[in-house]
Design a protein around this ligand. Structure first.
Ligand SMILES: [Cu+2]
Length: 343
């Protein structure tokens, strides 16, 4: 684990040093029509638009979680069976995100994002049985205003967002213990937060001759308690990225992303935390550091002129979880974006 920490700090130090170098490089570029004018696809609310522009986007994200962890140590199935009769072993999560941006002026860009999720979770029982539960549907809707503070040289904008509780917190499925009836599924299988959430943030970025860099900090602050008597933990995320333009169409990126999220306050009375750890509101918090690697493609001509395609894979280098909790193995994001000038 010490190894990973050293590697992470080296990655962060190298990122900062290169950013400083890029910062000193002269800026004289046609900013919008370049692959690296947009951040790596895993960063949300990274860029603003000129007044009169709109943009449509679609992202597909798969997150793969497998195996349990407590603190920074992986646990075996046998370790978990010492305390629980049932355990999840694997959870792939798919998310389709549809985004719309609209800039009434150069100073403000509005952003709307809807998403559709589908989750499945594999389980093992102490008796050697296996079963799978599934959930899915329309998730929480995010609405935000990006407010430009500075657009000469290094760009700075605020991200003022809210998340609306359009996602279900009543997902149910059949388990061997409940069969033939459905029961409410544990916290990670629910689709929404059930609360109105504030999502404040700040983004700094610059496009230079050879590439681009950026920094972003974002939070999720839950307001109140949901209808099932709990509040998901608040979340804080910080990321920094560096992009190198390999040629006119293609840029490669490396990013460092650190996030920290809290435990659940309150508890869903329909869940039994003694049975399975995903039903325990005090086993949800964690810290994770990822090193996402990605590519952005910008079509400079042809029938797809001005369209953007991008891919990014997040590789966790450090995870410290209030466990047992399922650990994240990788997150893959692919996306498409297209802007139009409408007025
Ligand atoms: Cu956009």
């Amino acid at each position: 684990m010490k190894d990973l920490r050293i590697r992470t700090f080296t990655a962060v130090a190298a990122t900062l040093a290169t950013m400083a170098f890029l910062l000193l490089a002269p800026t004289s570029v046609e900013a919008q029509s370049r692959p690296d004018a947009h951040a790596p696809i895993g960063v949300m609310g990274d860029h603003m638009h000129s007044g009169g522009e709109i943009m449509f986007s679609y992202r597909f994200m798969r997150m793969h979680m497998e195996g349990a962890r407590d603190g920074t140590e992986s646990l075996s199935n046998a370790d978990v069976f010492e305390d629980y009769m049932v355990q999840p072993t694997r959870m792939p999560m798919d998310m389709h995100m549809i985004g719309f941006m609209l800039a009434p002026s150069d100073r403000v860009t509005f952003m709307l994002m809807g998403n559709i999720l589908s989750n499945s979770m594999d389980h093992l029982t102490g008796m050697g049985g296996e079963f799978v539960t599934e959930s899915g549907g329309f998730g929480d809707t995010k609405l935000s205003a990006l407010i430009g503070l500075k657009d000469e040289g290094v760009n700075v904008h605020l991200n003022a967002g809210v998340s609306l509780p359009t996602g279900s917190i009543d997902e149910r499925d059949v388990t061997p213990a409940s069969s033939p009836n459905e029961v409410r599924l544990p916290y990670p299988m629910q689709i929404g937060s059930g609360t109105f959430d504030l999502e404040p943030g700040i983004t700094i970025y610059d496009v230079t001759d050879g590439g681009a860099w950026g920094l972003q900090a974002r939070g999720t602050v839950r307001l109140g308690e949901n209808d099932n008597e709990y509040t998901l933990g608040n979340r804080f995320l910080a990321t920094g990225w560096l992009q190198y333009r390999l040629f006119d169409q293609l840029s490669a990126s490396v990013r460092v992303e650190a996030q920290r999220w809290g435990n659940i306050e309150g508890a869903d009375p329909a869940l039994n935390p003694g049975m399975i750890y995903t039903a325990d509101p005090n086993l949800r918090a964690g810290t994770r550091i990822d090193v996402p690697l990605g590519f952005n493609w910008y079509f400079v001509d042809g029938p797809l002129y001005d369209h953007r395609l991008a891919v990014e894979i997040n590789l966790p280098v450090y995870q410290d979880l209030d466990g047992p909790q399922l650990e994240t193995d990788w997150v893959l994001t692919v996306g498409w974006q297209k802007a139009f000038e409408v007025f």
